[in-house]
Design a protein around this ligand. Structure first.
Ligand code: GDP
Ligand code: MN
Length: 386
């Protein structure tokens, strides 16, 4: 689960990670008031779950409360398109009004779980403010990494070593070390899966502050942290994914044109691979679960069809727990009720698959019944390309 920058900064403050003074606002009038209270130059920052705002007009400076109000008017209600939002962009309904920092230097600081070593890795760079992927490609020697043993947590020497690796002025070493220890504590105690401060700023008057904050939390741990689960902003999430989750369907929207309905996550991934193998892209990942009941199939159909990119549906179900003939009847019922107009390719394997094929072939809906997965994928790809 992602949260907004302003929420992340509130959490940071609780964990002793210094952040600029700021207030979240939803109207230009509130922005005026916030700027008056801060009483100096401010930045107005669009709050969306995506980075790249700076380059896309989502971050503006203002010198007076009047100017802050005007900038907030521009930002609030705008649809912000950044390289992370996709071409449709994100509607901005909140902005963070924050004291503007006099930046001396921008650093990068990130913590993430490294799957290869099963450890938390601290990634830091004296080259901040730009994307870390760019630094990694162009000047990898400017990236320092420190792996943390989950048993012992971060040692003070590891925090110092990381801070030393950033070529910092001596005056801020101690603050950066403390910030690293606090960020690590935050990461572990909240079950974060990613924490990124880019940029971590050294100001002209020698302060260290998190000027940006991007956090992801491990969804599987959210039940342990109701106060964090409350920070979820459903407006930032894909509506169809929320609806799918409410019906216990695992659905992830993608950008291709072959809608997939599969039971079992492994089979769903294999299905996506084979679609690509034959030359098309899947429109989604969708696992309807072991028991593909008529209601679940219908719900899954509804969700698939609400994506207008979907030009063909590929149903790939293994009838182990549920018999194929029951799935076939469920598919027919759902297709009739929803008046499905696009081609549907069906591959059913397992118990009673022959009976199922017969039922589908005899129905007055024009299903394409496939012999096996390769056949199904080929037929679905042909349907998309024709
Ligand atoms: P992002 O573009 O979505 O990652 O948003 P950031 O919060 O990282 O801001 C982008 C850039 O705007 C930063 O790298 C800074 O260069 C600049 N910026 C953000 N806040 C301030 C500020 O308070 N003062 C100054 N001078 N620049 C800022
Ligand atoms: Mn940033």
């Amino acid at each position: 689960m992602k949260i907004h920058e302003y929420q992340a900064k509130e959490l940071f403050a609780e964990f002793g990670i210094p952040v600029p003074e700021g207030t979240v606002v939803t109207t230009p009038e509130e922005a005026y008031k916030a700027a008056s209270e801060i009483g100096k130059r401010v930045v107005v920052k669009a709050q969306i779950h995506a980075g790249g705002r700076g380059k896309s007009g989502g971050i503006k400076m203002a010198s007076t409360p009047e100017e802050t109000k005007a900038k907030a008017e521009e930002i609030l209600g705008m649809t912000l398109v950044t390289h992370q939002t996709g071409p449709e962009g994100k509607l901005v309904s909140k902005a963070l009004v924050e004291e503007a920092l006099e930046i001396e230097k921008e650093l990068y600081l990130g913590m993430v779980i490294d799957r290869e070593t099963s450890r938390l890795v601290v990634i830091a760079s004296e080259e901040g403010g730009v994307e870390i992927e760019v630094v990694a490609a162009e000047s990898p020697e400017k990236i320092v990494k420190e792996f943390i043993d989950p048993g012992t947590g971060m040692h003070a020497f590891q925090a110092r070593k990381t801070a030393f690796g950033l070529n910092l002025p001596k005056t801020v070493l101690r603050d950066v070390t403390r910030l690293l220890m606090n960020l690590h504590r935050f990461f572990v105690e909240t079950d974060a899966s990613l924490a990124e401060i880019n940029p971590l700023v050294i100001t002209k008057d020698g302060r260290i502050l998190a000027a940006d904050a991007k956090i992801n939390f491990d969804n599987n741990a959210l039940s342990k942290h109701p106060e964090i689960a409350r920070l979820r902003d459903l407006n930032e999430e894909e509506a169809t994914e929320i609806e799918a989750a409410e019906h216990d369907l695992s659905y992830v929207k993608l950008s291709g044109r072959v809608g997939c309905m599969v039971n079992g996550a492994g089979l769903a991934m294999a299905t996506m691979d084979i679609i690509q193998h034959f030359g098309a892209m899947p429109a989604n990942f969708l696992d309807v679960g072991g028991a593909a009941s008529a209601e679940r199939v219908e719900k899954a159909f509804t969700i698939l069809l609400s994506d207008t990119n979907v030009k063909v549906v590929l149903i790939n179900i293994f009838g182990g727990i549920v018999r194929c003939d029951r799935v076939a009847n469920g598919v027919i019922e759902a297709a009739k009720r929803l008046d499905v107009k696009i081609p549907v390719v069906v591959r059913l394997a397992g118990t009673n698959s022959d009976i199922a094929a017969d039922i589908l072939n005899k129905s007055d809906l024009k299903f394409t019944v496939a012999k096996n997965l390769a056949d199904a994928a080929r037929k679905a790809v042909d349907a998309v390309n024709s």
